[in-house]
Every structure is written in C-alpha cells, then in structure tokens.
Design a protein around this ligand. Sequence first.
Ligand SMILES: [Zn+2]
Length: 343
Amino acid sequence: MWGPGASRRNVLLGGLVLTGTIGGLIRPSEAWAGPAATAPPVIGCDAWGARAPSGVIPVWDRRPLRIIVHHTATANVEDYSRGAAEFVARTIQDFHMDRRGWIDTGQNFTISRGGHILEGRHGSLEVLRAGDRHVEGAHCTGQNVEAVGIENEGTYTALTPPDRLWSRLRAMCAYICQQYGIPPTEIGGHRDFKDTLCPGDAFYAMLPRLRSEVADALGQPLSGRTARRASWPLLRPESSGPVVQAAQHLLRAAGLTDVQPNGRFDARTVAAVRQYQQAHRTEEVNGLIGGETWPLLVTAKGADQQEVTLAVRALTPDGAVRASALPGTEEWKRLLSAAERRP
Ligand SMILES: [Zn+2]
C-alpha cells in the first residue's frame, strides 16, 4: 500500500548511477529460452503529467532481483478510463512528495483497475526497457534497492482484482522477469517482507497463480508446489490456531511471559507483539506478525529454549521435535506455512 504502512525511509544516496555487487549481468536472450514476453503499453511519467522529482533519484547499475506486489488500499472504483488511471498516479505522487516528503512517487509502476500501466518513479521505464539497471523506489523498506514495486489500484482484502488489471499485471510481470532475468518464483507480496495486510488477503492468495501464469508466459512452467512456495503467515487479532500458539511461545521465549499460549490472538498477545516491535524498532508498531516480525522472532538470541521447543511442537502434528535440532529461518518459514495451510 502507498498510504500509512508504506515504507517511510528513503535514503537519498546522492549519486546518479550507483554500482552494486548483487547479481551479474545476464543478457535477456541468455536468461530465457522460451517465448519472448512482449512489452505491454506503459504510460510514462511525461505522458501522464508527473511532477519533476525534487531530488536525485538513485539508479543502481545492476538488475533488481524480485518484484513486490502491492494494493493501493483505495476505493474499488468502476471508472476504468485512462483519465481515472492518471488521477490515481497523480494522487499517489502528491501524497508521497507532499506528505511523505519523498523525492518522487515511491513505487516503480502503477496499474489501474482499468488495466492502464503507468510509470511511477521517474526513470523506471527507461531502465526496464534496457534491462540493465534499477531505479531505487520507496515502496518496501529494506527491499527498495533490490525489488521492483508495483502498486495495483484497489483494496483486495476480500475482493479479487478485475480481469483487466490482472491480465496487465501478468503481462507486466512477465516482461519485467524477462528483461531482468528474474525467476517468476521471485514475485512476492508486501507482507512477505513487512507486517502489513498489503496486498490484501484475496490478492495475496492469487500470487501462486500469478507466478505460475508468468512462468507459462515465459515458457518456463512451474510446478504447483513451487508456485505456492512457503511464506510467513500474517497474524492479526482474528487469527487462531497452532500458528498463533507457536507465535505465543516465541513471544514468551523472548521474555514476554504475560502472553498465554492459548492459540488465540487476544488482546494480551497484541500488546506483547507491539512491545516486541517497539523493542526491535520494526517499521510499524501495529501488533501484526508478518514478514518483518516473524524472522526476528524465530532467530531471537538468548531466547528461552524450552519455549522455542514448545513453539516447534505446536506446529508439528506428531509433536516430535529434537531439542538439538531447532529450525533455521527457512525451516521455520516452511513449518509455519505448512501449519497455516493444514485444514
Ligand atoms: Zn504495499
């Protein structure tokens, strides 16, 4: 999302072209043996009348590694015109520059409910066409140097995006993956990295399908399992079950022993999460456990190992766990993901 909850920090690095060390330069033709994804039409900043940036936009001399999908958390309008799309782009840019104090729009691209794709941050389209550099955005703190951010207009907590938005998003992701050699498995949602509802439950649940359709478009079919991949569950006040219980044990392991491991995300649990987030200076102190708080919880130093073991036990149906082999971060993600999906 681009309003409250979007990334706050955008460090201006001052150089026009920055060099980095992540990833090598692979020509697009070498990256994909399958059919070429054609470039979808994108309305550039000049064409929609974007304001000039207020500072130098960092451009990295290397390719981005992933795509992050957002929703704007704005009204699900029925106006599918280009004019409506340009209005959204202008509104976001004004908000980011005037209220957030950023140098330009935060996301690299915006897709309207009508399926119009617009360039967000200046320069994003030019580097994408060349397939060699990345324009640093301000859409997901910690990922802005590595990830292309796409804001999709609407609120998709319960409703799914309209077909015209979906088909353009798929085409855009396929083109971005092709140009930068990004594997379709590296298409994620904002909540994979942050404690946020973005891009909404309904949209987030469609990401395996998006990865799969993008892979098909590139002639690199994915198995259903790979497209689905493990992800950090998003816990919030209405959540319940073994994943909540595991989180409660991990909070207790971190010293927040007011929490009762009852499997319900109750008021005490919310308060403990907020306390934990405050202590760990997460971007948001909102009581949600998502892609930022989970990795901290599962790797806490000095945690009470007995509680950690109980957390693992809550996630494994047979209750079997060897105290000498507590999970690493990726294994935690796999266990939590599997427990959440278990009926
Ligand atoms: Zn977002």
